[in-house]
Design a binder for this molecule. Structure first.
Ligand code: SAM
Length: 472
């Protein structure tokens, strides 16, 4: 029985409700009257239900599809302006006891070199990341209670926050580790993590069990209810995602939005972010062996429909995707991207020769962070290294309140300008700096509130003189 308020996986992600929604969408994909009504509601910028959103996803009327994409772009601009937040993944350990058939870390893979960073190695990685200019990391680890217990993750987080190198500091550590207990989520919360990210991989229970044949991750309910436990443990920013390619994208899209509705219904706050990963080639993994791969157009449509359905949820795209694909997704709704990423354990400080690499998947966008920053600015975006909301306790429902009232510009825009200025002063190449200085001049002029504008102008001078970490 479908019940978004239930904390039982099979009730808030009811298979029956997903299938009925898909049937409804199939029946209505050419229903202009209904599509217009949904678009009218969507234009209010308050989101859509999963059923409404999947009708838009399925819609195959060319003219309406153009309207859908244009609306996604508009909502993106209204809620996020031209800001794009930057981050990097940090792989701590690829020891893993699970059997996920799409992941090279699966326990049966005997030819991938297994590595786990020591605290000293984490320091070296973090210094390398700080020297690139990163302020925000997502730590990644396989699941292995012996090699990577929660104590190891907590110690690593402490190490990361403790490193102050030149003007650098990691100000927000997001965490992407396997589903765990309320008690462990509480410990992660107390360690000061930003967002807890866990990809569902697939919401389809039967496929989930086949794709995760062995190990603790096999348990569908335990995995699907992880965000509930995270919230109960005090973490109020959670990040959802499915791995596109494993199951039918229509099923995943609908269920993902049902998951968001469930979090909103029970905890009063939807997901902080939704990631959009597609399965990629990796050691021992051939993406062509999976039947549900999606092309770039479908991927773009998914991003647009998510943007419309949950306007206040950040969307993330990683370097799994190419420059070209990322550019398109940025226009349609993505608000955070990684840059200069390495997906191998120890890949930043001491990369191994490629054939000995422990990379989790092939990276398509191999540009440096400096190149990504320059590229974003040339596309008209404002790269942001801001972590102020987190530092000021604007998380969970407090963040969402600000977001839903479109107040976020008053904080985010000036903070993006100032953190970009820090980046330009400390890390940018001369070419990137030249583009950035011009952009900052232009962006300051767009600050509507004269008090905010005056503070920003003064702070920019102070940043140039060597002071750091100004924020609203
Ligand atoms: N081990 C943790 C877990 O099980 O949730 C999280 C860390 S794992 C390093 C991060 C994500 O990488 C997984 O959730 C999965 O979606 C994704 N991933 C695994 N294999 C992949 C592949 N071949 N291509 C793209 N993404 C992949």
């Amino acid at each position: 029985m479908y019940n978004p308020k239930s904390t039982k996986a099979e009730e808030f992600i009811s298979d029956e409700e997903v299938l009925e929604s898909l049937k409804y969408a199939e029946e209505n994909k050419n229903n202009v009257e209904l599509i217009d009504k949904i678009l009218e509601k969507a234009r209010l910028g308050k989101g859509l239900t999963h059923r409404e959103a999947v009708v838009l996803l399925d819609c195959n009327i060319e003219e309406k599809n153009k309207e859908i994409l244009a609306l996604a772009e508009k909502i993106k601009k209204d809620y996020y302006g031209n800001r794009i937040v930057l981050f990097a993944p940090l792989y701590l350990s690829n020891y893993c006891v699970n059997g996920c058939v799409y992941c090279p870390y699966h326990a049966k893979n005997k030819h991938i070199p297994r590595r786990k960073l020591t605290q000293e190695e984490i320091k070296q990685e973090v210094i390398a990341l700080q020297d690139m200019g990163h302020k925000r990391l997502a730590i990644e680890s396989g699941e292995d209670p012996v090699n990577n217990p929660i104590e190891y993750i907590l110690e690593s987080i402490k190490t990361i926050y403790s490193i102050k190198h030149k003007n650098g500091a990691i100000r927000r550590v997001n965490v992407n580790i396997a589903a765990t207990t309320v008690e462990n989520y509480r410990k992660l919360h107390e360690a000061g993590i930003g967002t807890y990210i866990l990809f569902q991989e697939t919401y389809n229970k039967k496929s989930y069990e086949e794709l995760h044949p062995t190990g603790p991750k096999h348990n569908y309910a335990y995995h699907t209810e992880a965000m509930d436990r995270a919230m109960q443990g005090g973490i109020d920013d959670v990040g959802l995602g499915v791995l596109y390619g494993l199951e039918s994208y229509r099923y995943e899209f609908t269920a993902l939005l049902m998951h968001a509705e469930h979090l909103e219904a029970v905890y009063g706050v939807g997901p902080h972010t939704i990631s959009l990963p597609r399965i990629k080639k990796a050691d021992d993994i051939d993406p062509d062996e999976f039947d549900n791969g999606i092309d770039d157009d479908t991927f773009a449509k998914i991003a647009a429909c998510i943007r419309i359905a949950v306007p206040y949820t950040g969307m993330i795209i990683s370097t799994r995707e190419s420059e070209k694909c990322r550019e398109r997704m940025l226009h349609l709704g993505v608000s955070q991207i990684s840059g200069g990423s390495k997906t191998s354990v120890g890949g930043y400080f001491n990369p191994m020769p490629e054939k000995e690499e422990s990379a989790q998947f092939d990276v398509s966008d191999r540009r440096s962070l400096d190149e990504v920053v320059k590229w974003l600015m040339e596309l008209g975006y404002l790269p942001s290294f801001c972590t102020a909301c987190y530092g000021s306790g604007r998380t969970g429902d407090r963040f969402m309140e600000i977001c839903k009232h479109q107040q976020i510009h008053n904080f985010c825009h000036p903070n993006a300008i100032m953190t970009l200025k820090e980046y330009l002063e400390d890390y940018a190449s001369p070419e990137t700096r030249a583009v950035g200085e011009k952009l900052i001049e232009k962006e300051v002029q767009t600050l509507e509130n004269p008090d905010i504008k005056s503070v920003v102008e003064k702070d920019l001078v102070k940043i140039h003189a060597g002071e750091r970490d100004f924020k609203f």
